[in-house]
Design a protein around this ligand. Structure first.
Ligand SMILES: [Mg+2]
Length: 217
């Protein structure tokens, strides 16, 4: 499925319920994969805060990498590293069940050079759904996507900033937070009064189906 940058043109059904879903730490175990990619290069990932570059160290070092060095490794990972990443358990099966009666659109923030490897990775892992590449907070894209169907919509992300942005731009869209990495789960900022937090896919799938009025599966 080709990736597009524009939520106005991505393929979705105009009547069906809609599931809008993030990739990193939702469908994909990003931190584990990025750590695996870094190890042979002489770096290690120490997940002791909810951050990205501030968790990367040269092996044995006490200071984390600076932003520029971290950003270079991050860009390399999106170009070359997808194979180091595993899908989140039950993510593909859950989407397959939801997709019987809902449209599924993947909404991911990724650098431009990561589009093709990302689409290939999703296809390889049974998640070949239309994909929108976004930049920055996701609220506007969520509002545009949800506005293209008469059905109800749900949005799933791991980052509070994206969920808050969706709440503001598209308040009628049901929001769910899932944090896939077990080490990040206790560290991730949450606001369960605003966005339901469910960290495993089978339970999340049932909650999405309930919120969107999908038949019990
Ligand atoms: Mg994410």
């Amino acid at each position: 499925m080709p990736a597009v940058a524009d939520p106005k043109t991505v393929e979705l059904h105009p009547e069906r319920p809609l599931v809008i879903v993030d990739v990193d730490e939702v469908l994909a175990l990003f931190m584990v994969g990025f750590g695996r990619f870094l190890e042979p290069k002489g770096y290690e990932m120490r997940v002791d805060r909810f951050a990205l570059f501030q968790n990367i160290y040269r092996a044995g070092a006490s200071e984390h990498l600076d932003f520029t060095e971290g950003r270079t490794l991050f860009d390399d990972f999106f170009r070359f590293g997808h194979d180091h990443m595993e899908p989140t358990p039950h993510a593909a099966d859950s989407l397959r069940l939801l997709a019987r009666t809902a449209s599924v659109v993947i909404l991911t923030n990724a650098p431009d050079h990561g589009r093709a490897p990302r689409a290939a990775w999703l296809t390889r892992h049974g998640m070949d759904y239309p994909m929108v590449i976004n930049e920055g907070p996701k609220g506007e894209a969520v509002a545009t996507l949800a506005g293209r169907t008469r059905g109800p919509a749900a949005f799933i992300d791991d980052l509070l900033g994206n969920l808050d942005s969706a709440a503001e731009a598209a308040p009628a869209v049901h929001r769910f937070q899932l944090v896939a990495d077990k080490r990040l789960q206790p560290l991730a900022p949450s606001a369960p009064d605003r966005h339901r937090r469910i960290d495993d896919w089978p339970s999340l799938r049932a909650a999405i189906a309930g919120a969107l009025g999908l038949p019990t599966q």
